[in-house]
Design a binder for this molecule. Sequence first.
Ligand SMILES: *[C@@H]1O[C@H](CO)[C@@H](O)[C@H](O)[C@H]1NC(C)=O
Ligand SMILES: *[C@@H]1O[C@H](CO)[C@@H](O)[C@H](O)[C@H]1NC(C)=O
Ligand SMILES: *[C@@H]1O[C@H](CO)[C@@H](O)[C@H](O)[C@H]1NC(C)=O
Ligand SMILES: *[C@@H]1O[C@H](CO)[C@@H](O)[C@H](O)[C@H]1NC(C)=O
Ligand SMILES: *[C@@H]1O[C@H](CO)[C@@H](O)[C@H](O)[C@H]1NC(C)=O
Length: 318
Amino acid sequence: MRSPSYLLSLFSLRAITLTLAHNSSNPLLDTGANLTFALPTHPVYTFPVGTWIENLAVRANGKILATDDSLPRVYQIDPLSPHTPAILLHEFTDTASILGIVETIPDVFYVCTANYSSAKLEGYGQAYIYKLDMRPFSPSIPSSAAVSKVATLSEAKALDGLAWLEPRDRKGEGLLLVSDFLAGVVWSVDIATGAVAMPINSTYTRSTGFGVNGLKIRDQELYFTNTQQQILVKVAVNSKGEVVGNYTVLAQGGFGPDDFALDAEGDAYVTSFEVGRNGVVFVPREGGEAVYIAGMAGPTAAAFGRGEGEGLRRHDGV
Ligand SMILES: *[C@@H]1O[C@H](CO)[C@@H](O)[C@H](O)[C@H]1NC(C)=O
Ligand SMILES: *[C@@H]1O[C@H](CO)[C@@H](O)[C@H](O)[C@H]1NC(C)=O
Ligand SMILES: *[C@@H]1O[C@H](CO)[C@@H](O)[C@H](O)[C@H]1NC(C)=O
Ligand SMILES: *[C@@H]1O[C@H](CO)[C@@H](O)[C@H](O)[C@H]1NC(C)=O
Ligand SMILES: *[C@@H]1O[C@H](CO)[C@@H](O)[C@H](O)[C@H]1NC(C)=O
């Protein structure tokens, strides 16, 4: 029997929002996953076949911002109106891909774009961080989000996950941490100056293919997945994103981890695209076996909803 917190976390997962890549028209039936638990899931929006939705962020108003790596574009989706067309916020023209997205201050997001070949495991020196400011956005004017380039990562290969390292003294602008799954490192980007550094290059982030992938920060600890090594890891970092503690492997093997969501207690909900076991796995905060809890075709990222009746629901005092 698992701990009560585990059961409560499963309960709360009902409000999770999941992105679906590829043919998402029948997420539950096509997975072939051997599910330990099969939590109910339903599509909140369906893109045309062939679309690769890679990452998502949820606005405070509950709307979802989703990156479309196949074009590359950013869309807004209303999860409560599955038949309302997605709003195209921006199409990037100087790279072939867009992957990560993260919110820093309310309604200000950053995305990373790159040119790379996952077949040749090469990058072409075109990798950028853009600011996507949703504060001026009005749904009646789809292009009204303000988009600006804030940094160029000329040494990067394939930027993917993005996390926000808040300034500890609340004065500075803080840093973005960006995973590079082909270089197998984590870059930092000072959004005020555009300065780029490489605080992390470790055996846990490296690979001979798809290395460090999803990134999240919670309580000054960086959590990340390494797809090839099949691990979810956490490690304490300082305000520059440098490692200041020992790495803790929270889960290893039995899943093909991509991006993930963390709840307030540090339990992880990791999307996994291992052949025959596509779905979402749960990893408890103290680490342990990656347990499949929901099946669907090709999930790539996870986030909790922020709209009315969404998000984490735990029973106080239990
Ligand atoms: C997408 O999935 C649906 C449901 O499984 C299936 O009927 C359809 O043929 C699929 N389309 C493609 C192009 O694979
Ligand atoms: C599903 O997984 C369980 C536990 O690992 C295993 O005992 C069972 O044989 C698996 N079932 C199938 C159909 O693979
Ligand atoms: C980089 O991206 C641009 C825009 O999609 C594309 O035209 C160009 O061919 C890409 N460069 C490489 C080397 O793939
Ligand atoms: C990361 O470190 C390894 C081992 O020292 C080195 O071979 C590799 O070039 C480094 N990666 C980058 C992007 O600097
Ligand atoms: C890291 O591990 C070493 C060896 O187990 C231990 O001595 C050290 O205190 C640990 N450091 C931290 C910051 O936990």
